[in-house]
Design a protein around this ligand. Structure first.
Ligand SMILES: *Cc1c(COP(=O)(O)O)cnc(C)c1O
Length: 392
């Protein structure tokens, strides 16, 4: 008798196996196939390993060129990038900031670093990002404009900004959200930590808001070990971002004068050296990740009850993390599938616990989160490293 997969979990495991081969696979591992060793050695030999050095300037210029942003400021990580971007967008203590409940905790943490409160909004199934029409309806009925500010009627606080996040690399509905931000006087700051190499109608994500942020953590599309960047087209904001992330020191030959309270958030040259090499590899990694998506798509599409997240219409996704979404009538199988895949050496993970369920954010204001709640019960990420496309 032929040993054919019969259960739902067995079918999915077999499909993933047919793509990634017989070895075990983690969710996302970095690959260093270019000039990483060369640039790191050059950096060490120069002795400029820390907060000054040519690789930082070059990395910032390369990031700006790749994304099309006029300015990029490299920082220690994506969370620090968000913190500074929010501050520069005008977020102050006592404000509220609209963020998806369905995000990584960094988005919410960065809001609290400003002394502000995250205000959680729902997501939609096509992009996994903020649902613009639902947010518009919510704001229309729960806020009012006073002196050019959006006021939350329930709390009396100013809702200062909206931070959409491009989930797993899939661009959100930016047209819809830019219109909401405009109509309700909200600053738009994009958390593009997951979407380096993702485009909305041909334009790079993270360049639509007044500021946008990237992450180069070890699990992201490219890595600097740890790192992040602030993107903006506004020269004054870019200058201020640099100033705030470098202790606000005034340029002077010997004097240590700092003109405001600031942060030591600058990316070290050593990390930037790695980043320069990684950026050179980015186009090849993006091609490999797209190829991996297509192979998964071919293998998984015959299986009823599950679909692989594809890039939204008119968008180009970096396919940072490949995502399975179970149909509502298969939601009950999700945990068994997590079990079966991990037991088979195929690393899979559910999405984050929604932010309003974390102890720190239980009291935060929020709208109805029905879609986000449904999504997190039906979703899982599967092995997504660019290196996997070379297998088989
Ligand atoms: C990775 C990530 C960040 C930033 O993370 P760091 O680890 O601080 O670089 C922010 N938001 C989201 C959604 C992320 O996935």
């Amino acid at each position: 008798m032929v040993n054919r997969p019969v259960t739902f979990s067995e079918q999915v495991v077999a499909a993933i196996r047919s793509v990634i081969g017989s070895g075990s696979a983690v969710l996302h591992e970095p690959s260093f196939n270019g000039n990483e060793w060369l640039y790191l050695k050059e950096c060490l030999d120069s002795t400029f390993v820390s907060s000054v050095g040519k690789f930082v300037d070059r990395f910032e210029a390369d990031i700006a060129a790749f994304t099309g942003a006029k300015h990029a400021v490299a920082v220690v990580n994506g969370t620090a990038a968000l913190h500074i971007a929010l501050k520069l967008a005008g977020v102050q203590a006592g404000d509220e900031v609209l963020i998806p409940a369905f995000t990584f905790v960094a988005t919410a943490n960065a809001v609290t670093y400003c002394g502000a409160t995250p205000h959680f909004v729902d997501s939609e199934e096509q992009t996994l990002g903020v649902d613009a029409p639902k947010l518009r309806d919510y704001l229309a009925s729960h806020t009012e404009q006073r002196a050019g500010n959006c006021i939350n009627r329930a709390t009396g606080k100013i809702i200062r900004a909206l931070v959409p996040m491009h989930t797993f690399g899939h661009p959100v509905d930016l047209d819809g959200l830019m219109a909401v931000a405009h109509d309700f006087t909200l600053a738009l700051v994009e958390d593009a930590a997951e979407s380096l190499g993702s485009y909305y109608h041909g334009r790079h994500t993270g360049t639509f808001g007044v500021l946008g942020t990237l992450s180069f953590n070890g699990n992201k599309t490219i890595t600097t070990g740890g790192g992040g960047a602030i993107l903006t087209d506004d020269e004054a904001l870019a200058r201020h971002a640099k100033h705030l992330t470098t202790t606000a020191k005034l340029p002077h030959a010997w004097e240590y004068r700092h003109d405001e309270i600031a942060y030591n958030y600058r990316m070290p040259n050593l990390n930037a050296a790695l980043g320069c090499a990684q950026l050179e590899q980015l186009p090849a990694m993006l091609r490999a990740k797209r190829e991996l998506f297509q192979r998964y798509q071919t293998a998984l599409s015959p299986i009823p009850g599950v679909r692989l997240m594809a890039e939204p219409e008119g968008c180009q996704s970096n396919y940072w993390l490949q995502t399975l979404l179970l149909d509502p009538d298969h939601a009950a199988e999700r945990d068994a599938l997590l079990q079966a895949t991990n037991a088979a050496g195929i690393m899979t993970r559910p999405a984050w616990i929604l932010m309003h369920e974390l102890a720190a954010f239980r009291e935060s204001p929020r709208m109805d989160l029905a879609t986000a709640q449904s999504l997190v019960q039906r979703l899982m990420n599967i092995p997504s490293s660019s290196g996997l496309a070379q297998n088989v």
